[in-house]
Design a protein around this ligand. Structure first.
Ligand SMILES: C[S@@+](CC[C@H](N)C(=O)[O-])C[C@H]1O[C@@H](n2cnc3c(N)ncnc32)[C@H](O)[C@@H]1O
Length: 331
């Protein structure tokens, strides 16, 4: 799979590792029996990694239920698409994959936001119906049509995200097809637990590999709101425990951003192998952010203790880098 095209997850998750996977895959071990992901989110990492089996987890009940729901349509993709199109047409949402329903005058009036204007009313009805029924295919459509493809609930448990400026397009169709193909050929088990409880119940060995993509302590997003310094320390302890057991791990983190440093992680990572990666947080148009933001990948395996920085020009066109293949030889 190392040379296979990186595919998008159908969840289009904020903070996903889609753009970083070309770099991360080269730093993952060559042979993985059981691939374990305690913070799986939308799944961009595991669906782009080669392993004999996958055990993945997320604390968010709905994220896990969405994975279970979509993957239950393996071998029945036509049925899934028909159900989604029926809902789209029942609510009167636009669907640019099939044909554009948005009238030209609206497109002219709201040049950059016409999907949001067109879909707003239908989306609110869809949202209200999800809050009554908790139907997971409706939730999937809320994620597709919602602001930034996020999942967000208020304190009384109602989904409360506003409409986004997106619709069911060709990318969504392709991502669902790729996801179902992956699920069909792969042995995947989902868990819905806190990461430490999840890891406690697994029996892993030296051929297993655990990849951690925890919420980043020094950045903001919906799923970061319960992540704090004590969670960061709990994570570091958990990683040390895996190391003591001889289990390989890799973890990504943002160690400096907008003048803030993650000193807990930086100090902890000194005893392991650390690689700089070309970050989602680096704006190629804003040198100020570029200088200040640093995202790293830290592992407890490798063949050199040097802090070699593996820097790519651009995630789309990684520079041919012999250093990386040499480092991978020992995996
Ligand atoms: C950065 S996202 C993972 C993104 C994922 N790698 C992808 O590519 O889509 C972090 C995830 O950690 C989950 N999470 C937060 N706290 C957690 C905890 N204590 N245990 C397990 N998962 C947790 C969040 O729900 C979120 O989905």
């Amino acid at each position: 799979m190392k040379n296979e095209k990186i595919v998008r997850s159908p969840f289009f998750y904020v903070g996903d590792k889609y753009r970083l996977m070309p770099q991360l895959r080269q730093l993952f071990p060559r042979h993985i029996s059981t691939y374990v992901e305690p913070f799986a989110g939308g799944g961009s990492s595991f669906i782009n990694t080669q392993a004999e089996r996958y055990i993945v987890n997320d604390i968010n009940f709905y994220v896990v239920e969405l994975h279970r729901t979509l993957s239950s349509y393996v071998g029945r993709s036509e049925e899934l698409f028909q159900k989604l199109y029926d809902l789209i047409s029942k609510y009167g949402l636009s669907c640019s994959f099939k044909e554009s329903y948005v009238p030209d005058d609206l497109k002219k009036k709201y040049v950059k936001t016409y999907y949001a204007h067109y879909n707003k009313e239908a989306y609110l009805k869809l949202r209200a119906d999800f809050n009554d029924s908790h139907d997971l295919l409706i939730l999937y459509l809320l994620l597709i049509y919602g602001f930034n493809h996020m999942i967000r609930f208020n304190s009384t448990g109602d989904f409360n995200l506003p409409v986004g400026n997106v619709d069911f397009n060709k990318n969504v169709y392709i991502a669902i097809c790729n996801y179902l193909n992956f699920m069909e050929r792969s042995d995947v088990i989902f868990y819905n637990l806190d990461f430490a409880k999840f890891l406690d119940q697994l029996k892993l060995d030296e051929n297993s590999y655990v990849y951690f993509d925890q919420p980043y302590l020094i950045s903001n997003s919906e799923y970061n709101k319960n992540w704090n310094e004590s969670e960061e320390r709990r994570l570091c302890e958990c990683l040390d425990e895996l190391n003591r057991k001889g289990i390989r791990f890799g973890t990504t983190n943002l160690v400096s951003h907008k003048g803030v440093k993650n000193n807990i992680f930086l100090e902890w990572s000194e005893k392991y192998f650390s690689y700089d990666i070309s970050s989602n947080y680096i704006s190629f148009n804003d040198n100020r952010i570029k200088k200040d933001s640093r995202e790293v990948f830290v592992t407890n395996y490798g063949n050199t203790k040097s802090k070699t920085a593996v820097v790519f020009d651009n995630y789309k066109k990684p520079r041919k880098n012999t250093e990386i293949s040499q480092m991978c030889l020992a995996f």
